[in-house]
Design a protein around this ligand. Structure first.
Ligand code: GLA
Length: 394
């Protein structure tokens, strides 16, 4: 993937595709990396993601009619995809534009008919399928563009996150939680977001980590049926919760402490569902402890919790895979690594590691080299910068 394109260049491409004139504006929404709190967001637990400086840019202009005309610099072979706001239907052949259509539909369900259509050109520098939320970035971007270009009143950044999630859930059929869209909308430079997904209360936590960097390694594998495996995990957690409710009045798995889970777990009849619930409960507890450790400046403790999170995702939640297990193990064996785990929805994608600055070169050599030797694949490494959330680029 090529580097960041200048907004002037994107505007020039926009005029080439859609013609000049009118008010043309540029927006950006970031991807995210989740530091800890995996598969807790649809279980009423806590998450701790940060927005990245990588993401998706959109150049757009309001139209006089009710048409959407959409073009991606990343998928030029698809050309301009066109549809009417009166026919917003999911069509697999329309690829990425389904996210934009889904957001427009969610906006209409929320606030009534949209006043006009838009011409939109997008460009992204997030690796697709890497678990860094390129789809959430696109959803939040589409919502922000509609709000700004069409002058929609009374929509906050939190609303944009919820609208993006609704599009993903209802239009695209992926029953994700709120984490990705929330991080994309609410990111802050140099900070991660400690979010209670039950109440949507959050706070930004400074993650300038004395001499330690957040490193992403993309396995560049994406196993098939990710969405259905994800939706299945969600169903299993719901089944576990339903069983627990027969013996205790609880709202979500996120309400339970480890000790409470141990006491109640026999109520969960299915062994697989019990393991899924165990992950959700303990991962939430780990997230609370991780934020405490970070705020106390105890990075080794934070790192150990990342490792525990990986083991739980590997053994209990089963959303890791051999390639991401290997990346985490190679990281664990490398001196100067405080912790490493798979990040995001899983079944491929990236690991996130905390690496001491002076060990970065060694990390690159051992992890990428070891991965190449053992799998024959080239992994990709990014040193992450925590960036701001969705915004207009002036
Ligand atoms: C995906 C989903 C999120 C969250 C993560 C797992 O990224 O979109 O809502 O559930 O998986 O933590």
């Amino acid at each position: 993937m090529s580097g960041v394109m200048q907004t002037e260049e994107l505007k020039r491409l926009f005029c080439e595709k859609f013609g000049g004139g009118g008010e043309i504006r540029c927006f950006f929404a970031p991807g995210r990396v989740n530091l800890i709190g995996e598969h807790t967001d649809y279980n009423g637990g806590h998450v701790f993601p940060c927005a990245l400086t990588m993401g998706t840019w959109g150049v757009g202009r309001r139209r006089d009619d009710r048409r959407l005309r959409l073009y991606s610099v990343n998928v030029p072979q698809q050309g301009v995809v066109e549809c009417s706001l009166d026919e917003l239907v999911y069509d697999a052949r329309d690829g990425w534009t389904n996210y934009v259509k889904g957001v427009c539909r969610a906006l209409e369900q929320r606030g009534g008919v949209l006043p006009a259509g838009m011409d939109v050109l997008i460009y992204g520098n997030l690796p697709g399928g890497a678990g860094l939320s390129s789809s959430a970035a696109l959803e939040v971007l589409a919502g922000l563009m509609a709000r700004e270009l069409l002058g929609l009143p009374g929509i906050s950044l939190t609303d944009l996150a919820l609208i993006g999630q609704q599009a993903e859930n209802e239009f695209c059929g992926m029953h994700c939680g709120i984490m990705d869209q929330f991080a994309s909308a609410m990111g802050r430079r140099g900070c991660a977001i400690f979010l209670d997904t039950n109440t949507l209360e959050y706070k930004h936590v400074d993650i300038h980590l004395q001499g330690v960097r957040i490193v992403l390694v993309n396995s560049r594998v994406k196993h098939s049926l990710v969405n259905s495996a994800y939706n299945e995990r969600r169903r299993q957690c719901e089944e576990a919760l339903a069983d627990l409710r027969r013996v205790r009045k609880i709202g979500s798995l996120g309400e339970l402490s480890g000790a409470e889970f141990e006491e109640l777990q026999d109520a969960i009849r299915d062994e697989t569902c019990r393991r899924r619930a165990r992950h959700a409960v303990y991962e939430n507890q780990r997230t609370l402890r991780a934020v405490e450790a970070l705020e106390a400046g105890d990075l080794p403790a934070f790192g150990r919790l990342l490792n525990e999170s990986h083991v739980s995702l590997r053994d209990d939640y089963e959303t890791s895979c051999p390639e991401t297990d290997l990346l985490a193990e190679l990281a664990w064996e490398t001196p100067g690594v405080l912790g490493s785990r798979i990040t995001g929805g899983g079944f491929g994608g990236c690991t996130v590691s905390l690496v001491e600055e002076e060990s970065l070169a060694l990390f690159r050599e051992q992890v990428l080299g070891g991965y190449r030797r053992r799998t024959g694949r080239e992994a990709e490494l990014y040193v992450a910068e925590a960036g701001d959330g969705a915004r207009e680029i002036l």
